[in-house]
Design a protein around this ligand. Structure first.
Ligand SMILES: CC(C)(COP(=O)(O)OP(=O)(O)OC[C@H]1O[C@@H](n2cnc3c(N)ncnc32)[C@H](O)[C@@H]1OP(=O)(O)O)[C@@H](O)C(=O)NCCC(=O)NCCS
Length: 165
């Protein structure tokens, strides 16, 4: 049975393996050192995550942060919002709704803390994250050329936003 729970420091090695082994595809920007530094921040809770676990194994992760990542899309630059950073599901389990459940849990937690806007970015052409974000109620706020981190396809990044109801 699938269980969702907050990520802890003990999960960091498993999450590193999951993200680096199962997150890589032609659209994803996942430099190993940045992924490691991102996950290390779970230690001080500046990065948080929801883990999906099945039969004792970590099979999915959605990491998120709060801060002022996208002041250009906010009414005032100091408004704190959410940002979903890494979302990966074990390759053998994609398409079963785990990604949607993880995102809905992140939204529930952040909404419970009073966060009104949650952002996520993706390769403009990543069909899986596009579908995941559409299904969970995110809307596109901008698409821009991003050739340094997007070596494939249109080489553009799309920023999406969820507005808490
Ligand atoms: C993006 C990701 C986390 C989605 O997780 P998931 O558990 O597969 O998502 P869900 O099962 O909740 O599905 C969401 C939608 O994406 C579709 N989808 C997900 N994986 C798919 C696949 N391999 N092939 C076709 N469609 C897929 C689902 O069918 C569903 O759409 P639908 O309801 O119209 O069928 C997962 O595909 C993944 O880890 N991808 C590799 C890493 C990545 O690209 N992350 C996004 C970075 S921004």
């Amino acid at each position: 049975m699938l269980q969702l729970r907050p990520a802890t420091s003990n999960d960091i090695p498993a999450l590193q393996g999951l993200i680096l082994d199962h997150g890589a595809n032609e659209w994803n920007h996942l430099p190993e050192e940045e992924v490691k530094a991102h996950l290390a921040a779970i230690d001080d809770s500046s990065v948080r995550g929801i883990v999906a676990q099945e039969a004792g194994e970590v099979v999915g992760i959605m990491t998120y942060e709060i801060g002022t990542f996208y002041p250009e899309f906010e009414d005032s630059p100091d408004i704190i919002h959410g940002y979903v950073a890494e979302g990966v599901v074990h390759r053998s389990l994609t398409g079963r709704g785990i990604g949607v459940q993880l995102m809905e849990e992140v939204i529930r937690v952040l909404a419970g803390e009073g966060i009104r806007h949650i952002y996520a970015k993706r390769h403009e052409e990543n069909p899986f994250s596009k579908r995941l974000l559409e299904k969970t109620g995110f809307e596109v706020v901008a698409t821009f050329d991003d050739p340094f981190i997007r070596p494939t396809g249109s080489r553009r990044t799309t920023v999406c936003r969820y507005v808490v109801k």
